[in-house]
Design a protein around this ligand. Sequence first.
Ligand code: FES
Ligand SMILES: [Fe+2]
Length: 444
Amino acid sequence: MNDLPLIIDDRETPKFWVNRKTMIAQDILDQERAEIFDKCWLYVGHESELPNVNDFRTRRVGGRSIIFTRGRDGEINVLVNTCPHRGMEVESRASGNGRLLRCFYHGWAFNTAGDLVSMPDEESYPDGWSKAERCLPRPAYIDSYRGFWFLCWDTAQKQSLYEYLGAATDFIDLIADQSETLMQVAPGTHLYSMKANWKLLVENSIDGYHAMTTHNRYIQMVTASGVDMKSRMGETGNSNDPAGGLDLGNGHAAVANVDMSGGDYAGTLSRQFPDAEAVALHRQRREGLIARYGERWTNRMLGGRNVLIFPNLMLIDLGMGCTIRTFYPDEPGYMEITAWELSPPEMDDHLLKLRLSDFLTFWGPAGLATPDDVEALERCQRGFRATGVDPWNDLSRGMGKRRPKGDEELQMRTFWRRYNELMTGEVSKPEVEVYRRVVRETAA
Ligand code: FES
Ligand SMILES: [Fe+2]
């Protein structure tokens, strides 16, 4: 593989290039696993997925199989899904509820806090052998922020989750504040895969530049519902609040919009509301949020945002729906993606139905946006076969600007600089002023 650097970050010209070997090389993926996925805080799941005592959900986080549970004491646990007897994945179901997680190989049974409770023929174990030493293992750390649970595999991790998230907590607040109780993951999970490198989906999830071309068919559909897209886009830029491409620190980044419409639509990319009832309900919801948080924060909340929590959690809240998306590379050119929809549980049924319909229309695996993105990223991956001829991707859009726009590429450069730091130890200065937490009187 070429000996060229992973990135060229030339502030003079300026230009920003990314080496395509990062997309195709197995040794790079091995290093990413060691330096990124085994060290960073990684998203596990949302608290609303476990409403009842003894609920559990299985998934992979950072390549390892885990069981996300609510124990009988009501506490959240993350257990590693490997039997301490001889290694089998203990729980194979995607979700369920039960007092015991039973390994079907030899019948060891664990409670939802991971304690080994019983096994067949316990008497055969020698004196001094202890069940307490054979619980389901746990990650080094788990913690949550406003219902979003994370783990860290690294016993040497010095940063708490709150420190790790830094100012990105504001962008989680902008989502979590939309419910007076706890935002709610809708039943069902989207599981799909792509023959593409995982970092292409990081870039794509915060890429404002591709919307008009890649998703042209979707934009046509929105326009046909009676929307003037140009004036909508113009409105969102008309604000002094943080908008456009943002560096949130620690590799986290966002593309943010501010809703300056006064409540005319659910989100910049949403269809026209189909009836007067929906408009009235949306305005009513907006008034309720203004009463709680003030107009400024509400306009930011309803404006929507695509947020990257480094390295592989995307929170994409476009007002008309909010998706939680995470993914993990099995191979340099293959990843599996998991996505959920998040809604305020108190939302009126009529609005909620429209929201879920918009969500499926845009983000569904067979919707009008996701298949376009899959096609685009898989074709990038195929294009990388020519890496020997041209090893560089170009991410220079908006470089050198003090306030880059959302359809420029500051947010992606932010990811790549942190990536390069973790992979090579070279520290780079931020390109623009890093976003700082807003002090709010109504902060939750
Ligand atoms: S491997 Fe689980 S009981 Fe033997
Ligand atoms: Fe897209």
